[in-house]
Design a protein around this ligand. Sequence first.
Ligand code: ZN
Ligand code: ZN
Length: 721
Amino acid sequence: MPIYHQVALNIPLFKLMTYRHDEVLAIGTRVVVPFRGKPKVAFIWENQVEPDIDESKILPITTVFDNEPCVNQDWIELLEFTARYYHYPLGASVFTAIPTGMRKPKPLSYPVVDKTFQLNETGLSQKSPPEHHRKLFALWQALIAGIKLTAAKNIHERATCYLTKWQEMGWLNEVSNQNINPKEGAVKLNQQQFDAYQAICDSLNTFKTFLLFGITGSGKTETYFEVMAEVFSQGKSVLFLLPEINLTEQLLSRFAKRFPDISCAILHSRSSDGERTQDYLAALCGQVQLVIGTRLAVFTPIKNLGLIVVDEEHDSSFKQDNELRYNARDLSIWRAKQAQCPVILGSATPSLESFYAAQNKRYQLLSITRRAKENARLPEILIDNVRHQKLTEGLSERTIKLLQQNLENGGLSLVYLNRRGFAPALFCGDCGYSFTCPNCSAKMVLHRSVRHLRCHHCDHQIAIPSFCPDCGNTDLSAVGFGTQRIEDALKKIFPNAKIARVDRDSLSHKNDWQEICNKINSCQLDIIVGTQILAKGHDFKQLNLVTVLNADGSLYSADLRAREKLFAELMQVAGRAGRDKSAGKVLIQTQLPDNPIFHDLQRQDYISFAQNELDSRRAFKAPPCTYVAACRADAPQLDDAMQFLRDTITQITLPENVYIYGPAPQLMVRLSGRERAQIFIESTQRTLLHNTVNDIAQVMEQLAKKRHKIHHAIDIDPIEC
Ligand SMILES: [Zn+2]
Ligand SMILES: [Zn+2]
């Protein structure tokens, strides 16, 4: 008698598929099944089911990887919730959540060897291997940083063989994971940090969400660390999530220093497939106690989960904005509830969602309002009204003067603007023609050094045109300022200053970042021109002046979260100044000095900002005071996308307290050659909202079968409204 199993397959269908096997397979087993004539990986989701189709049509499971560990029940529940909540096919969700290595119909290299090594005295005195042996060099760097490597973490056989070789040379010691005391190496917390720590520790082993609101430099990380030490000492594990951009060497070495004996997996987009798979398996088998990673790490199966930390919880990178549109912060709260453990959301500028929840007592608010270092003072924030001023290449008189003074005093300055390239647009002075991307509703950005116009959305590039295609005028002018243009201007104004630019273009090589850090730390620079890339998660002690050039752009934006994002961004940039003894200075150039946001910024008063912002969201019935879902459609022509959504709405009967807005074109209508429209569904009751979205999803699914040019998607709790 064949036994029928339902499996999760990576297909865009909202159902599981049935296959047969002659034995009962455990739930969570990885298998291979034929699908449309091709072997595909699948996971057993239910066993011993009644077949839902003609039994003769049910195909057999071809391969069973029964020596691999099964994904566990908690993980299965997490994925079922994720698929249901975000209205995405279950099978496709499962395959988003697992590393690429497990998606291939091949056995995994398994079991892993669990041997852990650390450099000893002799090892530390050896010369580093040459840098061009990239893997070898990286391995050595990790060891030097004090990270203990398990052979399990090095799927590359070559790396493992180096570890063995170095051990034979007597450079490495094998460390045992027995008898470790994670509380060793604790730092002394100040009173506020300690109160926060105590509140969380009082709730270990129960589900509770904490919002840790701590100003920049207040020592949130140390507070996390001491709670983590408590959790480790109970033999439990920790999941630590943070935005990609914050996952720096600086932070990792802090982890390694504080928890030298905790086995750890680091999951982020730069990990290779092999590393990801191996780390994932190690976590699945309970071989790691700490998982650090970016948004995708929220799906790591973890044994004995005792705490989740989401650092910089306000960061929009926790939300994936394509395919499975999940929010790792929100899912981590669900996971904490499942595991009955606390979750800490930490930020200096919490998201309004979290702030609102704390006001409503759904989360417990813990505040750290003082900087951790005794002498460290908050920077002074000055607003520079540039409305009637003539600027010199985008720089105000006051900006130039402060830079000059700081230069004379030997300080380090940051000129901040969040726009890379030379100029954001190229215009014809005669007829007003501007160069827009043929695929997107966006201007092409001028990159003068590489002689290109580039679209920052789809990366379309053309050579800089020498005349206007409309009127033939050859006098084209660059409008606005990007980092490159400001760098050029500063070099002219301060010919003797040592100036460097830090943005995505200047950091294209792997070692560029390290080089710039070395230069900064060894005081070889006077002025840095930089974008957000520099604003996050890096501490430069010497930095004592920050000038902000283009703060106003987002205040004109129609984006609901523009002000929230700008406040967070500017607080973060301001927080870079004066992290050491001397108080830093921040000067913000603006044409809108009366905007309340600058008032709150100047006083560095997040609470006041958040209260005001929340009032206006309440007035507009906008999130977080209500729940929202976006249903989107895109097509080569906007009309088709709009019509598709109109037709969808006509088939929906709306219950009371649910509202539909739209359809309307998206803020950025055209992207990569497709035109986009959306409707918003809004309600103060989540269940009602989800029921309606379910109906809409079904209607869209049906309609889309007849209209092939249309793509459609659902975005629950969208970031862009
Ligand atoms: Zn022209
Ligand atoms: Zn484009």
